[in-house]
Design a protein around this ligand. Structure first.
Ligand code: FES
Ligand SMILES: [Fe+2]
Length: 397
């Protein structure tokens, strides 16, 4: 288990208790302060974005990494994507160095051949006709793989027992997440940024409301002097929480412009966070909408990547506006990336960290959700949501 230790005072020092318990026998609890490299648990049994789909070409192999698992990703002759562990089950040769004919992948070391979609071994060239090794019982590690909204998604199951080798792969319980769309015609774009911090810091940075006035300053957006008190309503949703629909703060020019353009009396924004790493934002103004699905993907335990995919039907026919929107987005993401790069310098020295109310409450919920998820997985009981009902939070930003 994995819990918060609250201490008295206006702020809460955060430290968790982690108990690694594989055999259901009591083990001493380790009470460690939050440290960026050691505490980050990367959640398995979820879909993760691996690569932008337009970078993965037919009959070609690409390397990727998710949750410290090396992957080789490609498309077969028909364009269907696949993901294999980038290590041959024979002697560990990276499979991306092999030969791929659009159907089978041949390892570059001893020529074993594998079906790219299920990882099953098809041929071992060194076998003589009287050697009866059952080739089809050998598998390369293979992962469910789907293309969705410009990304190749890969499902990462729980790790098998150490040293057990691979068998037929485990199938995902659901499809990869999709962006919600509210009309048949829309535009779609994506942005990526790599951050040298753990997934936890990437996620709490993404949901943090208090950094806006300091990190995201721009003359066309807002200045730090526009900081003011805000109240937002939050409610629990399965595996996460929602900032309930509301009219976004009117202190920014783009929102004023949007209201005018859409000729709508109300603009509503909904922001959801769900485990393991998904933030969705939906803005609706009359018949116009904007929708985004942002993920923070653990590449290694202290390195993550933010992928923002946005779809919209606003301003589809107005020249420059989509480019302008992408520019605005890119600027925000770059500001976040630069901030986390600097933060990583400070985190090297394992400082004690704090989460304060109310601005850091979403971050607390994130850690509590993660702990509750792991606890439910361990015990097999339904997950106990850390929020019992709607909550109003107040902060200045
Ligand atoms: S290491 Fe791949 S065939 Fe031997
Ligand atoms: Fe930000």
């Amino acid at each position: 288990m994995f819990r918060w230790n609250a201490r008295v005072g206006a702020s809460i020092r955060f430290s968790f208790t982690i108990q690694i318990n594989n055999h259901h026998s009591p083990m001493p609890e380790l009470d460690l302060p939050q440290r960026q490299a050691t505490d980050t648990l990367m959640l398995t049994r979820f879909w993760y974005r691996a690569l932008p789909a337009d970078r993965v070409h037919r009959n070609q192999l690409h390397q990727a990494s998710l949750l410290e698992i090396p992957l080789v990703i490609g498309r077969d002759r028909a364009g269907r994507p696949f993901a294999l562990r980038d290590a041959c089950p024979h002697r560990g040769m990276p499979l991306n160095c092999g030969r791929f004919d659009g159907e089978n992948l041949e390892c570059g070391y001893h020529g074993w051949q594998f079906d790219v979609h299920d990882g099953q071994c098809e041929l071992i060239p060194s076998l003589t006709s009287d050697q009866k090794l059952k080739v089809d019982r050998i598998y390369a590690g293979s992962y469910p793989c789907e293309e969705q909204d410009h990304f190749i998604w890969v499902y990462i199951p729980d790790p098998g027992p150490p040293g057990a080798g691979f068998g037929p792969r485990s199938e995902p319980p659901d499809l990869a997440p999709q962006i919600e769309k509210f009309s048949s015609k829309y535009k779609l774009t994506y942005l990526q940024a790599e951050m040298p911090v753990s997934i936890d810091h990437g996620i709490i940075g993404l949901m943090d409301p208090a950094h806006g006035p300091f990190v995201h300053q721009a003359w066309w957006w807002r200045s730090r002097h526009s900081i003011h008190e805000k109240q937002k309503h939050f409610e629990p949703i399965p595996n996460g929480f929602r900032m309930s629909a509301h009219t976004p703060s009117s202190n920014s020019a783009p929102y004023k412009l949007l209201r005018l353009y859409a000729d709508a009396d109300s603009i509503t924004t909904t922001i959801d966070f769900v485990l393991p790493n998904i933030r969705t934002e939906t803005i609706r103004a009359g018949k116009y909408w904007f929708s985004s699905l942002t993920t923070v993907t653990p590449i290694t335990r202290n390195h993550c990547r933010i992928d923002v995919v946005a779809a919209w039907n606003l301003f589809r026919w107005v020249p420059f506006v989509p480019n302008l929107m992408k520019f605005v987005f890119a600027k925000f993401v770059e500001q976040d990336r630069r901030t986390m790069e600097l933060q990583a310098e400070g985190l090297k020295y394992n400082p004690h960290l704090m989460l304060i109310d109310d601005a850091d409450r979403p971050a607390k919920w994130y850690f509590q959700l993660k702990a509750a998820h792991l606890e439910a997985k361990r015990t097999g009981a339904p997950m106990k949501h850390p929020m019992t009902g709607p909550v109003m939070l107040k902060w200045r930003s």
